[in-house]
Write a protein that binds this ligand. Structure first.
Ligand code: NAD
Ligand code: IPM
Ligand code: MN
Length: 365
């Protein structure tokens, strides 16, 4: 597998380093041929190459099997126009790679029941998958801009049937391999794009008679996510709603630092934790690397088809949490062992490699 890593800004490099450590270890044991190439993106790319997505980065990513990204975003550039900011590097990259379905799984972790501000009886057993449309909607709609001497600003929310259909199919297929339920989330009581979204999802659902479909308005969905999250299996939604709902869903896992994502459907897959560059904690070695590490596991699963290797990482994360290791964001109770980003990565890397070795030995028998 040819992988391009884009550590990016803030905690991005800190968590990506740990994800790469775990990935390399597991690939070694499994004999998976892995080549890694690091490139610039985001604020660090603006500083060092004059653009948030330098051409060299885009070309390297286009020639890779998959891209593993840390995070972009830097307060130094916060006052710039959207098209000059680090975030545009990520948005352009998503367009270049072409993946339109962003999968964001959120599971309640048994070892982290006390790390969430939610009551255990509300969220214990939650296991949901947000399928977020990633290349359409307000993020990319034209026209956009400022007018009337910068006293007005406007964006365009636009979706075509084709854009909705292709991401809906991904959601229904995912549901077939899970608990067979899709909840489509929109604002069809107000928005035309949502009316089209709902009709199109309804028509796609006929291709999947075994999957149950229901619809929620996004405001109600936001409420149900924290009052009755077990009602959800697959949540299918458009770009901006998915962005917001996935940070909310992170509360169910204990921390935003836990959430991983895979972007599939296009020529080149993209894997990134859901969180951002976390400037408030960057450079201190305290960021939670588990979202980035779980994104590397998704890379093995979705791009490589290496299910056993992916599982060995996910099982390692569960074991390390069972043993009480915590980065500060998921530390709550007593009897926990607070570790740095790097220590957490090393614990997971060791167990993942051990799991892989014993798994391989088991298969050999
Ligand atoms: P953020 O996700 O960076 O941080 C939100 C909160 O969660 C902060 O308190 C942060 O400390 C905490 N947090 C995030 N990741 C963590 C981790 N791994 N471990 C422990 N705690 C963690 O969101 P923000 O503060 O709204 O945005 C900061 C910058 O990141 C902005 O420039 C934004 O545009 C960018 N951003 C980038 C991405 C991405 O690259 N995919 C995603 C979201 C935000
Ligand atoms: C995310 C981020 C990005 C998004 C930003 C940084 C462009 O918030 O991946 O969730 O809004 O998609
Ligand atoms: Mn986001």
């Amino acid at each position: 597998m040819r992988i391009v890593t884009l550590p990016g800004d803030g905690v991005g490099p800190e968590v990506t380093r740990e994800a790469v450590k775990v990935l390399t270890g597991v690939c070694d044991v499994h004999g998976i041929d892995l080549s890694l190439e690091e490139h610039l993106v985001g604020g660090t790319a603006i500083r060092n190459a004059g653009s948030p997505l330098p051409r060299e980065t885009a070309e390297a990513c286009s020639a890779a099997d998959a891209v593993l990204l840390g995070a972009v975003g830097d307060p130094e550039f916060d006052n710039l126009l959207p098209e000059q900011r680090p975030e545009i590097g990520l948005l352009k990259l998503r367009q270049v790679l072409g993946g339109f379905a962003n999968l964001r799984p959120a599971r309640a972790v048994p070892a982290l029941m006390d790390s969430s501000p939610l009551r255990r009886d509300i969220f214990e057993g939650t296991d949901l998958l947000i399928v977020r449309e990633l290349l359409g909607g307000l993020y990319f709609g034209e026209p956009r801009g400022f007018r009337n001497d910068n006293t007005e600003a406007f964006n365009t929310m636009v979706y075509s049937e084709d854009e909705v259909r292709r991401v809906a199919r991904v959601a229904f297929q995912a549901a077939q391999n899970r608990r067979g339920k899709v909840t489509s989330v929109d604002k069809a009581n107000v928005l035309e794009t949502s009316r089209l979204w709902r009709q199109t999802v309804e028509s796609v659902s006929k291709e999947f008679p075994g999957v149950e479909l229901d619809h929620l308005f996004v405001d109600a969905c936001a409420m149900h996510l924290v009052t009755d999250p077990r009602r959800f299996d697959v949540i299918l939604t458009e770009n901006l709603f998915g962005d917001i709902l996935s940070d909310e869903a992170a509360v169910l896992t204990g921390s935003l630092g836990m959430l991983a994502s895979a972007t599939i459907g296009g020529p080149i897959d993209l894997f990134e934790p859901v969180h951002g560059s976390a400037p408030d904690i960057a450079g201190r070695g305290v960021a939670n690397p588990l979202g980035a590490i779980a994104s590397a596991a998704m890379l093995l699963r979705y791009t490589g088809g290496h299910e056993t290797a992916a599982r060995s990482i996910e099982d390692a994360v569960a074991s390390v949490l069972d043993e009480g290791y915590r980065t500060p964001d998921i530390a709550r109770g007593s009897g926990e062992n607070i570790v740095s980003t790097e220590e957490m990565g090393s614990h997971v890397a060791k167990r993942a490699a051990d799991n892989s070795r014993s798994g391989l030995a088991y298969h050999a028998v």
